[in-house]
Design a protein around this ligand. Structure first.
Ligand SMILES: Cc1cc2nc3c(=O)[nH]c(=O)nc-3n(C[C@H](O)[C@H](O)[C@H](O)COP(=O)(O)O)c2cc1C
Length: 184
């Protein structure tokens, strides 16, 4: 079956190479709005989005994440931390840090739904995106968090990179078989 929503779902891939040009404000606004239209337990909408377009801050977050990654025991994380060319945001021109309200019913799930909505909205606008978990290393440095303007009672969980694509990874990755059972 073919429709624009299904196509965006099927075509979305993590983009890890971006053009330096900033995305348009209207595009960013549409993506953030898509995030805010995600479902949430009890309709709590327990998310806060911090848009970062400041190159210096983005580079600082990457560097500090990498410092902690480099000291990890897990080999692939240590390797990435020590790789001079690696940038935790792939030098995307815009990043949305997603924070969750700590006392909400289901904050991580709700924020994850918001993130997926943003990734799909970005794809529908031909904007590249990637869900970034490695930035949690940076979020663990409590003294840095005031730089992120996070409201009281919230904590950052993930980030989403946004920018025009400088790579087109092509076909979706194969999906696992046997992920569905039917009863009736
Ligand atoms: C919770 C979560 C954390 C992720 N963290 C990262 C990350 O830090 N860096 C990265 O490049 N990709 C990250 N990804 C993207 C996955 O690697 C990617 O979605 C997966 O390999 C499938 O590829 P696709 O998105 O192109 O379909 C993350 C995805 C999820 C759901």
């Amino acid at each position: 079956m073919k429709n624009p929503v299904l196509e965006a779902i099927r075509n979305r891939r993590s983009i890890r190479k971006y053009l330096p040009d900033q995305i348009k404000d209207a595009e960013l606004k549409a993506i953030l709005e898509a995030g805010a239209y995600a479902p949430s337990a009890h309709n709590e909408q327990p998310w806060h989005f911090t848009v970062i377009r400041d190159r210096q801050l983005l580079d600082r977050i990457s560097e500090k994440s990498k410092e902690l990654m480099a000291a990890e025991d897990t080999d692939w994380i240590k390797k990435m931390g020590r790789d001079g060319a690696f940038h935790v945001f792939y030098r995307a021109p815009a990043v949305v840090v997603v924070s969750m309200r700590k006392d909400a019913m289901s904050p991580l799930v709700d924020c994850s739904a918001a993130i997926e909505n943003m990734l799909l909205a970005a794809e529908s606008l031909e904007i590249g995106s990637c869900w970034i978990g490695l930035v949690r290393y940076y979020f663990s440095i409590k003294s840095e968090l005031p730089l992120l303007n996070i409201p009281e009672g919230y904590e950052p969980c993930y980030a989403v990179t946004l920018g025009y694509k400088a790579q087109h990874p092509g076909k979706p990755l194969p999906r696992k078989k046997n992920a569905v059972s039917y009863i009736g």
